[in-house]
Design a protein around this ligand. Structure first.
Ligand code: 9MR
Length: 346
């Protein structure tokens, strides 16, 4: 009987400890910020969304609510209410804000899509957008994705910004943002640049040129939208070091790991693979002095871009189920941080 009681006590002790474990506490232990993307519309309608968010994360990226089409739908008319509600939630819960994103080729308002004016006029639009948005959040938003996805494997992406203003629009965007809030940390953010490949090579040389020119870019954002095949982890470690050697911080900004829809048995296996991927990436981030934040692109499988984007072929990319249960991937992140070799990260 006594043995049984002791085992019960030990079980309760450990299950208690496990359930009080949060993502942010395990990340904090390694001096990494634990972030996630957030949808403004879910905050007022979903209490479990709010609670899980407040318990586990200390940095928030508005997933869509700060994009140009949302905050400047009509030229000169700025609509901040939705984004403000996210910033207010973060303030109340002592979280940092990662603003996303000032200059992108998607989610542009139709008046910019249709724009056919000359370079000086477009430059004015770029400048006033950045100054107004960053100015509105001065002192409230600590990180900004200033330029998003401007590079492709062969070089600069053809967008209205590049085609009209030339490559120097990137440097000027950073300067406008810096002038509007000199304390904010400014980021260049992109996908497929976390390992060594043609595209990351191009981004590395862009960042190197920007740094040499004294541009106020202080970090690179690695989106990391991954499939269950994972990535080359050695290459990921080396890539972080390459960015760090330019004097940049590295932020994992949009991580998710999509899994293919399949029968139950296959899905269980995929969820285990997903756990290992999250674990390895959390661990490498914790072991890399330059890696300052680990942000997932949402946290519950209830709200994610993956099924919509993949025509329903992929799903379940995040850390909590649709009903907010902790997934194997949740424990993967905790484990990755726990198993990391201690590093001096200041
Ligand atoms: O997850 C976002 C989705 O809800 C939006 O419909 C889409 C278009 O605005 O953007 C998604 O987020 C993207 C992010 O802003 C930039 N990197 C790629 C992300 C996934 O497409």
């Amino acid at each position: 009987m006594k043995g049984l009681l002791t085992s019960l006590f030990i079980f309760l002790l450990f299950s208690g400890a496990a359930s009080s474990q949060t993502l942010k506490s395990s990340a904090e232990y390694r001096k990494v910020l634990m972030g996630t993307a957030v949808r403004a519309y879910a905050l007022p309608i979903d209490k479990r969304y709010r609670n899980t968010l407040a318990q586990n994360f200390n940095k928030i990226t508005p997933e869509n609510d700060m994009k140009m089409a949302r905050v400047q739908p009509t030229e000169g008319v700025f609509t901040f209410a939705k984004a403000d509600s996210v910033v207010e939630f973060a303030r109340k819960n002592s979280m940092l804000i990662h603003g996303h994103t000032l200059v992108w080729h998607q989610e542009m308002p139709s008046w910019v899509e249709r724009y056919r004016g000359n370079a000086p006029a477009l430059e004015k639009i770029l400048k006033s957008h950045i100054q107004t948005v960053v100015g509105h959040y001065k002192g409230k938003v600590q990180y900004w994705d200033v330029v998003n996805e401007a590079i492709e494997r062969h070089g600069y992406r053809n967008t209205i910004w590049y085609d009209t203003l030339g490559k120097d629009f990137i440097r000027r965007a950073f300067i406008y943002a810096h002038n509007a809030d000199p304390a904010a940390k400014l980021i260049y953010n992109d996908y497929d640049i976390a390992t060594e490949n043609q595209k990351s090579k191009k981004v590395l040389s862009l960042l190197s040129r920007l740094r040499k020119a004294g541009t106020p870019v202080c970090a690179v954002g690695l989106q990391m939208h991954i499939s269950e095949n994972g990535i080359n982890y050695g290459s990921f470690r080396r890539m972080i070091q390459k960015y760090a050697s330019l004097g940049l911080e590295v932020h994992i900004t949009e991580m998710d790991v999509k899994i293919k829809k399949a029968d139950e048995k296959t899905t269980v296996r995929s969820l285990e693979k997903q756990k290992v991927i999250y674990k390895k990436i959390a661990r490498i981030c914790a072991e890399s002095p330059a890696c300052k934040s680990f942000t997932t692109w949402g946290f519950t499988d209830k709200y994610t871009w993956i099924p919509g984007f993949t025509g329903g072929r992929y799903h379940k990319p995040l850390l909590f189920t649709e009903s907010y249960a902790r997934k194997p991937s949740f424990y993967g992140v905790i484990d990755g941080f726990r198993k990391a070799q201690p590093m001096d990260k200041r």
